[in-house]
Design a protein around this ligand. Sequence first.
Ligand code: A3P
Ligand code: MG
Ligand code: MG
Length: 387
Amino acid sequence: MDSRRLHVTFPSSSTKDVHQFQKALPDLSEPAEIGCFSLSYVNETRREFHDDARGLRLLLRRPSYPLSLDLKEGFDTYKKFDEGARMNEHLDHFLHWILLHPQEFLFRKQSHKSRKKELVVCVRGSLTDLMMTPYEKNDGWIFVVCRIDGVLYLTKFETEQDVYRWENGTEEKENFMYWGYKFEQYMQVPPEDPQAFQGPINNSEGFHSVIYTKLSDTGILLVGEMDCLDPKAPPTTPAPFCYVELKTTKLYPGLDLSVKQTFLCGPKLLKYWAQSAICGVPKILIGFRNGDGVVEKTEEVATVKLPLLAKEASRHGLKDSVWKQEVCLNFLDGFLKFVGQVVAKDYDKAAYKFEWSPGKSGVNVSEEAPGSRWNFIPEWYLQSRPG
Ligand code: A3P
Ligand code: MG
Ligand code: MG
């Protein structure tokens, strides 16, 4: 047996399904940072783990308007990390951190085990993708999950569409991607030396926060890359509430420059909210760029305000902007519970693949044999795992 289709399914994105998740908000407990690590560039397919906060940057607050930050600058020296290599890392860096901090992991594991509740280990991006599923019209996903000593490990695998996109990226897309990283560089400074020379853009380095949170009664241990720390946050502010997410978006000419107006024109709002809400990042600083890649203005917006802006957009009849936080969180909550019920066997017996594409109602599940390409837990973790 290499792959066995399981006759279980979970509803996803038809209108009827969205309706089904439209109920009271599930409880998302206050996220707490329990550790951190940094990653640095080795070459275009490899990066190095550091058990410290060396990648942390401070937010450099510039005047919000008028600004002229040219995001095109330095593109010829861009050190781009391979997208396939990024996905192939799966949970490796996180697992490395767990091996170095077993007590932090074991404490949560025991606590969930004694209450007979699930604990999920994953990266933040996986949760963001899951939360957006009820509204996703273009991109499907594949998640693989396994159970080790009772804990669920969840990771994303590339779809055929992802591979096609990596191999056929347009110049315009490359530019947009570079612009996002360049904006981050303009807005960040190293804490120890705010005047330090900022070298070529390198999209593999960063500071990663390890966060514990709970969605209804499912515990989640997640890792998220944090863009910067707010120097204006009082020193007693616990992480992750001291972090700020940086984003760039297009400035729509002819409109008032307020965040609200611009968002009413764009469906990006949901992604911004999902990414920051799930890990407790309270603030998003947005750079508005013109068509030539020059940021002319920035605005700060509180993460909790985004669902309200979406509500307002829906009142204006802007269909692309219509989403509800309760649908996203109930979908995630329901999906994680479904995963917990399906993933029964231990990892040395099976891995479970969950596959979904837009337009299809329902998530397909299969049980994959040990040793298949869907195995993502490295042998070094299996040998040395805590507990
Ligand atoms: P923008 O989101 O401002 O465009 P993050 O916002 O998650 O910190 O990521 C920083 C930048 O990485 C993004 O900036 C974007 O340029 C690039 N990026 C992240 N995820 C991406 C994706 N899935 N596709 C293309 N670019 C991406
Ligand atoms: Mg980031
Ligand atoms: Mg960002």
